[in-house]
Structures are given as structure tokens and as C-alpha cells.
Write a protein that binds this ligand. Structure first.
Ligand code: FAD
Length: 639
């Protein structure tokens, strides 16, 4: 009989980033007991790393901004593949969520007249990102943790126990979701990273808020936590993943020195006036304005610089095109041999504003380059290049409640899919976490309150979860057949980097699938030494199966989508194809091996956009994305 520590809660939130913490607050405010489980230290979630800001159409800097403009920008950024209902809720609710944070104690940067300041970012028509210097995520997490402490103090006053309604389980990794005989969520199984001891959370509702998948790629801005756990756990439990072919390669990661390759250089540098230059000193982005954005961006340096002074009298700089466009442009410059000494391009803020101003606006970037690359960004240009940054794909959810197709399973934040379509606009993640974290917390609470009885976890499922978790301690008899988790991880990352990266081709993706299949065969032989007490090799061995499953979803979906759109660019299918716009690629579990099950990908139609939302766009713009049949009912077409 396996030894397991047991806890019972109304709701278990897996992940303590922005999405998870906002869900915790909501569920607790509805009177439910909530466990929040995170595999890193509490407060060290990925959200802390967010730099540039949180997008919300508050209209503080540009009074013309509105939810409708934010809605339009987000749909354009995602190349109209987004779940329009999510985009609508996000655009309408983001300003309230930012205000709410201030009511919890956050303090955003201010305009001279005392309102929350907002900065420019790629793809946003108006300055829209509420920010705290370049440390916005830190302030958001700090504030929500403070709110949670204040709720715990209220609980203590009522019950005598600070943890009677919210308890944090830090450095605890969930490895399996458990369901009852009807197929509804009954709990989550995991282990304490420090002791290796098993832990079971019995709960009718789980909110998945585990973030992204970046550690499946070799060059990434993401930290060690981003191993696609939530994506894989949900898929194994029977949920669908959508849009997995769309991976955002942020245009500006550090390229030098090798030890820090991939670390993010915030888009705020360009938002505040920084410009991209090639080795010839040319501001090359003017050469890369794609047809769908023609007429919307400045065509000369003077016009772009004028726009920085006054958004109304000029068009925006192409340095702030959506990220997919800028990443491809940098890729092309490097391929053409106009790259910087270490294989990137230059990002120049030094010649654009006084040193004190740079230090005031971008303190983290100044510190990061000084410490890591010995570059003073107030005097020299930075060297930057694309880095795997964000996954647009994730768990398919109901926009209003965050529920998946598995009863009791909810998702929010980066591990959910739909909101950002084929490409996310910068700043739209932090607001997504707040809007949909709250909605998932509400959805889970309503679900739990509607249940007549609680689902039961079966002892067999607990035993099976423990067996799978311990398998890496059980080596194959032949020592030569043993696999090292670190080597296998590097092979996986290299394969994804080389064969399913920023520019894709059918031959390469087919080769990727062969390699993934081969890794799938070897993953059963992954062997770790030592015991269960803090054993990073074991932790990686368990994360590896999640990364492999997620990589299969990415590679299979990418091979199937025979067009280029947003974060999916194909050499062999370079055009965006209208017929693909209305199609979602949906990854389903197809049974097989319980460690890394088979995946099938099906093409399914998108819900057509509600007519009043469609009418927000000019027919001439929609014609670039939609088929004629889809536009037959548009008022512009009828006129
Ligand atoms: P996270 O904040 O990553 O939290 C995930 C949580 O899940 C963690 O607590 C982790 O420990 C836990 N977890 C994962 N797996 C398990 C498991 N198996 N068991 C238990 N716990 C688990 N977006 C913007 O909008 N604006 C920005 O300025 C911005 N800047 C960014 C800068 C950087 C460097 C990076 C990398 C991203 C940036 N982003 C930005 C994107 C944004 O930060 C993320 O998309 C967002 O923070 C994700 O939040 P989340 O709540 O979904 O997940």
C-alpha cells in the first residue's frame, strides 16, 4: 500500500501565477476552501518575470481607446483565429481587473495628472499597457499574494486558523489528475519536491493554471517550470488542446553570451522608442510591413518618430508590428547576412533618449545587460534575436466559465487556449490571467456548489499514479539500455528547435515526428539514481513525459496546417489561407500507453463571430482574412 498524505478541498488550483492566484481569490470570496499548489516557491511563478505591462483599454493616455479598439487589435494580432467571445470578455473586463488590483494595493506608474500610466506595445493602436517600470508582473503577484494574506487574516478572525480556507502547497508538483467512475474530476496526485513523498488532493474541481511549454525548446525566455504540465495533465484526463501549432517566438531575446541566450528583452524597449537596426545600421522594419497591415504603419523614420511624440498625427512605427512579423523580419535579416556579431540584430535605445531616462524607464533591462552581457544599454546597442516565449495553444475552455469538456476541470492563463488565436499581442497575457483567472475561479465555485455529492478517488488510480511516478527508479536490466533524463531532454529541445521552430517545412516536421516517436520508445527506460529526496533528475524525468506529449501535439498540428498564420510559418505554404481561418486543430487523447498516450488531431470548425462584433471591422479588412461565403451576411457586403 503506497503511503500518501491526503487533503480535502472544495477547489484545487494548480499554479500560483497570475491566473492561479486570481482564481484562488475568487473561489475563496465565494466561500469555498481552496488549495493552491505550485511546483516552485510561492511567489516565484512565471508571472513575476513579466516586464512590459498589462493591456487594458482604460483610455488614460489616449482617450479614444475603447474595448472595441482593443477587441479589434487582439483579433488582428491573432489573425482572426481567436475565440472571439474570449476576446470580447477580455477587452471589456480588463480595465476593471486593473482597477481592482489597485484596490488590493497595487501601485502602477502614473501620468503627470495622477492616472494609471499606459505605454505603447506592438499591435496595440493606443498606449494601453498599465505598468510598473519594467517589473509589472512582480507587482501583480506581490499584490495578489497580499490580498490572499488579507483573506487569510479574515479567516483567522472567524475560525482561529489562517489556513482554514486558503492553504498554499509550495514546491509540490502534481503529476496526475484523478477522476471518479463517471469521468468527473475527483482529485489531483503529486509529490513534495523536497521529500519526494506523495500527496493527494481530493476535490471535485481543479483549476489548471500551470503556464506554458517553453522548456520544450532549446532557446527560450521561459524558466524551468514551463514544461507543459497542465497541457499534458488535462489531455491525459480527456480534455482537448487547441491551437497547439501556434508558438510565439518573441523577436527580442538576448543572443549573447551563450549562457543567457533566450532571456527576454522586453518589448517595452521598443514601446518607449527603441529601434531595431541591422549590421549596416539600417532601420530595417520599414521593409517588412506585410500586406495585411499596409497603410496602418509609418513608412518613413520621420513619421515613425513623429508617432512616438503624438499618436494622432502619424502612423505607428513598424518596430511595433505584432511579434510574429518582427521575429520573421529579424530571421530574414540574419539569413541575409546583415546580422550582429553574435547572430542577432541590434536594438538601439542608447541613441534615442538620455541615459537617466533609460535607467528610470527600463531599470531591469539596464541591470540585466550590465550584469549578464557587460553591455551598458545607455551607451551601446543591445544584440537581440527570436526566442521561444509563449504558447498560444492550450486547454479548450468555455469562455465564460473556464470549464473544459471534463466535468470539474477548469483552466485559465497560458495553459488555456483560444484567446490569442494564432499570435498573442504583448501585454494581453497579464490581462488574460486576471480576467479568466477570475472567471475560472467563479466557474469552479458554481460547479462545486451545484454538486449533489462529491466524487470519490479510487485506490487503484492512486496506486497507478504512484507506480508511474516511481518508474524512473526501476532501471531496465541492461545498464546499456538506460536513458539519462538530461540527455533525452536536450535531444527533445534540439529536435523542436531544428525541425518545428520559427520557420517550418513538411519534410522537417515529418522528421521531427520520427524523432519524437523514437524518444517515446526510450522514455520508458529513463533511469534516475539516488532516492526520492530532492532529486532534480527524477523531477525532470517526470516533466519529460509532459514535454514529449505537448511536442507531439505541436508537431502534428503544425504539419496538418498547410498555411502560414501568426506563430506558425511554413516555408512550403507561405500564404495565409482564408479557408483555414475558420478551422481549429483539436488534439485528443487516443489511448495507448498511460505514460505518453497517443494523440490524434482533428480539424473542427470555429464558431462564427457574432454579427455585432463582425460589424466592428471594415469589410475591406475582413476580406483579407475571411472567405467570401463567410462575409455574405456582413452589412458592408449587403450594402
Ligand atoms: P505562471 O505565472 O507561469 O504560473 C504557473 C504556475 O504553475 C507556477 O506557480 C508553477 O510553479 C505552477 N506549476 C506548473 N506546473 C505545475 C505542476 N505540475 N504542479 C504544480 N504546480 C505547477 N505577458 C504580458 O502580458 N506582459 C508582459 O509584460 C510579459 N512579459 C513577460 C516576460 C517574460 C520574461 C516572460 C517569460 C513572459 C512574459 N509575459 C508577459 C507572459 C506572461 O508573463 C505569462 O504568459 C504569464 O505570466 C503566465 O501566467 P500563468 O498564471 O498562466 O502561469
Amino acid at each position: 500500500m503506497v503511503e500518501v498524505e491526503r487533503h480535502t478541498y472544495d477547489v484545487v488550483v494548480i499554479g500560483a501565477g497570475g491566473a492561479g492566484l486570481r482564481a484562488v481569490i475568487e473561489a475563496r470570496q465565494r466561500g469555498l476552501s481552496v488549495a493552491v499548489v505550485c511546483k516552485s516557491l510561492f511567489g516565484k511563478a512565471h508571472t513575476v518575470m513579466a516586464e512590459g505591462g498589462c493591456a487594458a483599454a482604460m483610455g488614460n493616455v489616449a482617450s479614444k481607446d475603447s474595448w472595441q479598439v482593443h477587441f479589434g487589435d487582439t483579433m488582428r494580432g491573432g489573425k482572426f483565429l481567436n475565440n472571439w467571445r474570449m476576446v470580447e470578455l477580455h477587452a471589456k473586463e480588463a480595465p476593471d481587473r486593473v482597477w481592482e488590483l489597485e484596490s488590493y494595493g497595487a501601485l502602477f506608474d502614473r501620468t503627470p495628472d495622477g492616472r494609471i500610466n499606459q505605454r505603447n506595445f506592438g499591435g496595440h493602436t493606443y498606449p494601453r499597457l498599465a505598468h510598473v517600470g519594467d517589473r509589472t508582473g512582480l507587482e501583480i503577484i506581490r499584490t495578489m499574494q497580499q490580498k490572499i494574506v488579507s483573506l487569510q487574516q479574515e479567516d483567522h478572525a472567524q475560525t482561529g486558523d489562517y489556513e482554514s480556507r486558503i492553504k498554499v502547497f509550495a514546491e509540490c508538483t502534481i503529476t496526475e489528475l484523478l477522476k471518479d467512475s463517471s469521468g468527473a474530476i475527483a482529485g489531483a496526485f503529486g509529490y513534495w519536491r523536497e521529500s519526494g513523498r506523495f500527496v493527494l488532493f481530493e476535490s471535485p474541481a481543479v483549476v489548471m493554471a500551470t503556464g506554458g511549454i517553453g522548456k520544450s525548446y532549446k532557446v527560450t525566455s521561459n524558466s524551468w517550470e514551463y514544461t507543459g504540465d497542465g497541457h499534458a495533465l488535462a489531455l491525459r484526463a480527456g480534455a482537448n488542446l487547441i491551437n497547439m501549432e501556434f508558438i510565439q517566438f518573441h523577436p527580442t531575446g538576448m543572443v549573447w553570451p551563450p549562457s543567457v541566450k533566450g532571456i527576454l528583452v522586453t518589448e517595452g524597449v521598443r514601446g518607449d522608442g527603441g529601434v531595431l537596426k541591422n549590421a549596416e545600421g539600417k532601420r530595417f522594419m520599414f521593409d517588412y510591413i506585410p500586406a495585411v497591415f499596409k497603410g496602418q504603419y509609418a513608412e518613413t523614420e520621420d513619421e515613425a518618430d513623429q508617432w512616438l511624440e503624438d499618436n494622432d498625427s502619424a502612423r505607428r512605427t513598424p518596430d511595433l508590428l505584432p511579434r510574429d512579423e518582427v521575429a520573421r523580419a529579424i530571421n530574414s535579416e540574419v539569413k541575409a547576412g546583415r546580422d550582429s556579431p553574435h547572430g542577432g540584430v541590434f536594438l538601439d535605445i542608447a541613441s534615442r533618449m538620455p541615459a537617466e531616462e533609460i535607467q528610470r524607464r527600463l531599470p531591469s533591462m539596464h541591470h540585466q545587460f550590465k550584469e549578464l552581457a557587460d553591455v551598458d544599454i545607455t551607451k551601446e546597442m543591445m544584440e537581440v534575436g527570436p526566442t521561444c516565449h509563449y504558447v498560444m495553444g492550450g486547454i479548450e475552455v468555455d469562455p465564460d466559465t473556464g470549464s473544459s469538456c471534463v466535468p470539474g476541470l477548469f483552466a485559465a492563463g497560458e495553459c488555456s487556449g483560444g484567446m490569442h488565436g494564432s499570435n498573442r499581442l504583448g501585454g494581453n497575457s497579464l490581462s488574460d490571467l486576471l480576467v479568466f483567472g477570475r472567471r475560472a475561479g467563479l466557474g469552479a465555485s458554481d460547479y462545486v456548489q451545484s454538486l449533489a455529492q462529491r466524487p470519490q478517488v479510487s485506490p487503484d488510480d492512486i496506486a497507478a499514479a504512484a507506480r508511474i511516478a516511481l518508474a524512473p527508479f526501476d532501471p531496465p536490466d541492461d545498464p546499456a539500455a538506460q536513458e539519462n533524463p538530461y540527455s533525452l531532454h536536450m535531444e527533445l529541445q534540439q529536435s523542436m528547435h531544428d525541425l518545428v521552430g520559427i520557420i517550418r517545412h513538411a519534410d522537417e516536421m515529418e522528421r521531427a515526428l520520427v524523432r519524437l516517436d523514437e524518444i517515446r520508445g526510450r522514455i520508458h527506460r529513463v533511469t534516475v539514481e539516488g532516492h526520492r529526496q530532492f532529486n532534480p533528475g527524477w523531477h525532470l524525468a517526470l516533466d519529460l513525459r509532459n514535454m514529449l506529449l505537448v511536442c507531439e501535439c505541436v508537431a502534428r498540428s503544425a504539419l496538418m496546417r498547410t498555411e502560414s498564420r501568426g506563430g506558425h510559418t511554413r516555408d512550403d505554404h507561405p500564404d495565409m489561407v482564408s479557408a483555414w481561418r475558420g478551422t481549429l486543430l483539436v488534439c485528443h487523447l487516443a489511448g495507448g500507453d498511460p505514460v505518453v498516450p497517443d494523440v490524434t488531431v482533428d480539424a473542427e470548425p470555429q464558431q462564427p463571430m457574432r454579427p455585432d462584433l463582425l460589424a466592428l471591422f471594415e469589410i475591406e479588412e475582413l476580406q483579407k482574412y475571411y472567405t467570401d461565403d463567410e462575409l455574405a451576411e456582413h452589412p458592408g457586403r449587403k450594402a
